[in-house]
Write a protein that binds this ligand. Structure first.
Ligand code: 6GU
Length: 263
């Protein structure tokens, strides 16, 4: 069976990915060939005796830039080696911010080609010529795109059927398709620890009430920890996928702050 999705990663530091790809869920997905990850060292496309990939910016200023005459042929060759050429992502702090919806979108692709920058970034003509989708993983500066590529690989592979144990286990995770807000609180044994006990309702065996408690808890936590998520466009119902007004949502649940379960 062919892998469901193939990630081609273009980087100057392929060994950064070694540990990441050789443990746990990713290791298993690679062994069972559910996914494929191919690492390409961009230095192999560098020119000259010293294999320079970077150069000083015209007009002066600090830092070095990745050279367009190395990066463009490298990306083109990899994209054209086989069909389909794939969706081309370029990691840069100026890009579209990566989130769960973006991951869901990428999980429908057969192939994703990821370009990891280093130093001060790329010569602007890399974007002009290749027209990649520019992607950022948040508003902070990293040394390069490798960590961002790992974030994308991990978030996307979790959405591929047959990779996680329970087929539906990720649909209710925070930010996910059936739950665009935070996940509810979870508890396991012991029932009581240092005076903190598990909410009674979860021990009741009443599945309808438990489901209601979880919805309410999810919403309460979001209100407390991430009120920015409670916007009309982010609130979609699982049943009809139509936007739900914040007020409608709040009126559906009696938002009562759970009392601390300590004695
Ligand atoms: Cl994709 N690259 C770098 N260098 N910094 C970042 C980033 C990417 N996303 C957030 N910060």
């Amino acid at each position: 069976m062919l892998p469901v999705i193939c990630f081609d990663v273009l980087t100057l530091f392929p060994s950064i990915f070694d540990g990441f790809l050789s443990e746990s869920v990713l290791k298993r997905a690679l062994i069972t060939q559910k996914i494929e990850v191919r690492l390409h060292n961009m230095r192999d496309w560098a020119k000259g005796r010293h294999a320079t990939m970077d150069d000083r910016p015209f007009g002066g200023g600090p830092g070095m830039l990745l050279k367009v005459d190395c990066v463009a042929p490298c990306v083109e060759e990899i994209q054209h080696r086989q069909e389909p050429p794939g969706r081309l992502l370029m990691f840069t702090p100026q890009g579209r911010c990566f989130n769960q919806k973006f991951a869901e979108e990428l999980a429908t692709e057969q192939r994703i080609v990821m370009l990891c920058g280093r130093y001060e970034g790329f010569d602007e003509r890399v974007a002009e010529i290749l027209n990649p989708e520019e992607v950022s993983i948040g508003d902070y500066i990293l040394n390069g795109g490798e960590v961002a590529a790992m974030v994308v690989i991990e978030a996307v592979m979790r959405l591929i059927s047959g990779i996680l144990g329970d087929e539906n286990s990720n649909r209710l995770d925070s930010f996910s398709i059936d739950n665009r807000i935070l996940d509810c609180a979870h508890y396991t044994r012991p029932r009581e620890y240092r005076g903190f006990s598990v909410p009674e309702i979860l021990l009741s065996g009443n599945h309808a009430e438990i489901a209601q408690w979880r919805k309410n808890n999810s919403l309460q936590r979001t209100k407390e920890k991430r009120p920015d998520l409670l916007t009309p466009d982010l609130l979609t119902t699982a049943s009809n996928n139509s936007p739900l007004k914040t007020e409608t949502l709040f009126s559906q649940f009696s938002i009562t702050k759970d009392k601390k379960q300590s004695k």
